[in-house]
Design a protein around this ligand. Structure first.
Ligand code: SPV
Ligand code: MG
Length: 290
């Protein structure tokens, strides 16, 4: 019997969003890290600007361009059977840039893009610096321009407000988010760098914009994903935990290897070559030696 065609990923992400459980996305920056997220059982991949930058040894400060973001997201999409949500920072410029970016990501199989209301060049939200925002109407125009460029109605455009990051409080975040939803955004990501979940919970309780919310519990990691879901956040993004785990793991192994001078001494604590071959989808005939 011929194989039934798989539902396209944007449609799958929309279905997941209507489900009874949080959609959990994990930050990744290439095919391998996306595959690790899939193997661990998550529902989506977050193509993270922080991870993309950090993996090149660069700060997350709008240094990489659209082509690099698109290529990376495509590699992730190709590696997994999960929808990829591409973090697009400020959208690579003005309304025309957002439209161009959306078309490119859509054509390459990505399920959703997310743009944020900061001024270009943006700094990572956790950087101790001012986080200036563009006027609400200006950002709404970027969203509208992106949405007009969409050819698959299921492709999602997520609007991210950095109002809480900029210290502007829940009322401003709500006002912005309402305007973004009214402009047609499919979901709103409200980011916070507070170690307490209070603002996020208040925002969820007062949210009346009619589209799903997205949370990134990096600093308020004491919150369980189910609690966030119950507070209105249907997508929960674990944005950088894979990369941070990799840095700890590689550091402790290389430190031990440098001290010991013998590869065997670190073998037991690291992934095997067969496991790597498996992650690479190496044909079964080629077994890893020994
Ligand atoms: C990212 O992962 O690139 C994000 C989330 O945008 S954060 O780093 O918290 O800004
Ligand atoms: Mg980012």
């Amino acid at each position: 019997m011929p194989e039934r065609p798989r539902t396209p990923k944007p449609e799958r992400l929309r279905r997941l969003l209507r489900g009874a459980d949080p959609v959990r996305a994990v930050g990744a920056h290439n095919g391998l890290t996306a595959r690790l997220a899939e193997r661990a059982g998550f529902e989506a991949v977050w193509s993270s600007s922080f991870e993309l930058s950090a993996s090149q040894g660069l700060p997350d400060a709008s240094l990489l361009g659209l082509a690099e973001f698109v290529d990376a997201a495509e590699a992730m999409d190709a590696a997994v059977d999960l929808p990829v949500i591409a973090d697009c920072d400020t959208g690579f410029g003005g309304p025309l840039n957002v439209a161009h970016a959306l078309r490119r990501f859509e054509r390459r199989g990505v399920a959703a893009i997310c743009i944020e209301d900061k001024v270009f060049p943006k700094m990572n939200s956790f950087a101790r610096t001012a986080h200036d925002l563009v006027p609400t109407e200006e950002f709404a125009l970027k969203l509208k321009s992106g949405l007009q460029a969409r050819s698959d109605p299921d492709f999602l455009l997520i609007a991210r407000t950095e109002a809480l990051i900029a210290g502007q409080g829940v009322p401003e975040a709500l006002e912005r988010a309402r305007a973004y939803a009214a402009a047609g955004a499919d979901a709103v990501l409200v980011h916070s760098k507070s170690t307490r979940p209070d603002d996020i919970l208040e925002f969820g309780a007062r949210w009346d914009g009619g589209v799903p919310l997205v949370a990134v519990p990096t600093t308020y990691g004491q919150m369980h994903e189910r609690e966030l879901f119950d507070a209105g956040y249907r997508i929960v993004i674990y944005a950088n935990h894979g990369l941070r785990a990799a840095v700890s793991g590689v550091t402790s192994t290389l430190d031990a290897l440098a001290a010991s001078g013998r590869a065997r001494d670190v073998e037991d604590g690291i992934a095997t070559m067969p496991e790597l071959f498996d992650l690479q989808r190496m044909p079964a005939d080629f077994k890893a030696a020994p």
